[in-house]
Design a protein around this ligand. Structure first.
Ligand SMILES: [Zn+2]
Length: 68
C-alpha cells in the first residue's frame, strides 16, 4: 500500500525574548525583541529550519520589524 502525504507546515517559535523600547502601531502595547525560529516540516519531519530576529508586539504578536 502506498500512502501519499503532501503535508507541509510551518511553525514559528519564539526561542528567547526581551523587552525593547517601542510600541506596537496597532494596539500600542510594548514591543519585545525575539529570537525567532521558523521550522518547516514535511510529513512531520523537520527539513528546514531558519533562525531570525524580530521585534514583535507582546500583546497581539504582530511582527513590527524583522532581521534576517
Ligand atoms: Zn500589538
Amino acid at each position: 500500500m502506498v500512502c501519499f502525504c503532501f503535508l507541509v507546515d510551518q511553525k514559528k517559535v519564539v526561542r528567547r525574548s526581551r523587552p525593547v523600547a517601542g510600541t506596537c502601531g496597532r494596539c500600542r502595547h510594548g514591543a519585545t525583541v525575539a529570537d525567532m525560529q521558523t521550522l518547516t516540516r514535511f510529513c512531520c519531519i523537520p527539513f528546514y529550519c531558519k533562525s531570525w530576529k524580530a521585534i514583535v508586539c507582546t500583546f497581539c504578536g504582530r511582527v513590527l520589524k524583522s532581521y534576517t
